[in-house]
Write a protein that binds this ligand. Structure first.
Ligand SMILES: *Cc1c(COP(=O)(O)O)cnc(C)c1O
Ligand code: SF4
Length: 342
């Protein structure tokens, strides 16, 4: 786990984040509401509600992501993903704290086995960014992060389940831990003969591209497991030169790089933006994989786009893009053997 200090955050005044080690960018990502307002030249009148919502789910934005937000624009699509709002205190019927009911398929703390051939490991508890719409915003990470002892338990679970051929590292963000710890996990998985693939569901290469260290790349490249990356990008403005360089590097090292997005009201619920996102992903050598409809999590109802609207959007998108740049439109329905295509 990364030691996080919220008390001594010093924001660099010059834009030098490209050369800053990822651990530092990570620990400096916990901003105070005042720092956010000042850094992005937002109206001071927003402070009260930012502070209130910050109590519900902590404000967190790393510098490389801040760099891509237009100063003084409260409608910036990247800002909207991270800005705490008074609306988050609204209780909406049908919105719950665990919309995917993952607690029901948690045979060992830290391991989610919902789908036959693949399991999901909660590899790290934290994220480098706190996305306001996150369905895990209320998740109890305490007791869920993987200790060495847990890893042994998980390993014997995998041994007893030959139908599992893929392990998904998730979180939080699975890269919010050291390369050393990842190496331990990967070695453990490699020792289970029927595990073929390692999948990494992460937003870190997007929000702190420096996280994809040479050490991490060679660790994965040297593994017998086939590595598949699933990044999380919702808007084309999130992809800059650094992100592109990272994804191309992964691809050049023989790994598959995919992306999943969530349809979000006021951010990307628009055919033109979604088409531009697919094009931008393609430019960066990333393939669109899933377009998720919104999970009804308490405090985020203002992001919801109905399934009906989402289907219409997707159909318009289909008329715009080649098939290989068209993400699958899915919803996660608790109790189903896979994601549900809409
Ligand atoms: C989404 C998900 C997976 C992976 O599903 P794919 O359709 O293979 O991408 C696996 N386990 C859990 C718990 C999931 O939520
Ligand atoms: S990075 Fe992913 S898990 Fe973390 S807050 Fe954002 S959406 Fe949630």
């Amino acid at each position: 786990m990364i030691p996080v200090s919220s008390s001594s955050v010093q924001l660099p005044t010059q834009k030098t984040s490209a050369d800053t080690p990822w651990q530092q960018l990570f620990s400096e990502s916990l901003l105070t509401p005042e720092q956010l307002v000042q850094r992005l030249a937002l109206p001071e009148t927003l402070l009260t509600e930012i502070k209130q919502a910050n109590e519900l789910f902590q404000l967190r934005v790393p510098e490389p992501y801040l760099d891509r937000i237009k100063k003084g624009d409260i409608n910036d699509p990247l800002l909207k993903q991270v800005l705490p709002l008074g609306l988050e205190a609204v209780q909406t019927p049908g919105y719950v704290t665990d919309p995917l009911q993952e607690k029901d398929s948690n045979p060992i703390p830290g391991l989610v086995h919902k789908y036959k051939s693949r399991v999901l490991l909660i590899t790290a508890g934290a994220c480098a960014i706190n996305c306001r719409y996150c369905f895990r915003r209320h998740f109890e990470y305490q007791g869920n992060a993987i200790s060495s002892e847990r890893l042994e338990q998980i390993s014997s679970y995998l041994m007893q389940h030959p139908e599992i051929n893929e392990v998904i590292l998730s979180g939080g963000d699975p890269l919010a831990t050291s390369d050393y710890r990842l190496q331990k996990i990967v070695s453990k998985l490699e020792s289970t003969p029927h595990i073929k693939r390692l999948r990494i569901h992460t937003r870190l290469p997007v929000v702190i591209p420096q996280r994809v260290t040479e050490q991490l790349v060679s660790l994965l490249k040297g593994s017998r497991l086939k590595t598949v990356w699933v990044l999380h990008i919702n808007h084309p403005q999130e992809i800059d030169d650094q992100v592109t360089r990272v994804s191309r590097n992964l691809k050049d090292n023989g790994m598959l790089v995919l992306n999943q997005s969530v349809i979000l009201r006021g951010i990307n619920d628009n055919m033109t933006i979604l088409a531009a996102l697919s094009e931008a992903l393609s430019e960066a050598d990333i393939l669109p994989y899933y377009l998720h409809t919104f999970d009804p999590v308490t405090g985020a109802a203002h992001f919801n786009v109905s399934d009906q609207e989402a289907i219409k959007l997707w159909q318009a998108l289909q008329a715009e893009l080649p098939g290989f740049l068209l993400p699958k439109l899915v919803r996660e329905i608790p109790g189903k053997p896979s994601k549900t295509l809409l």
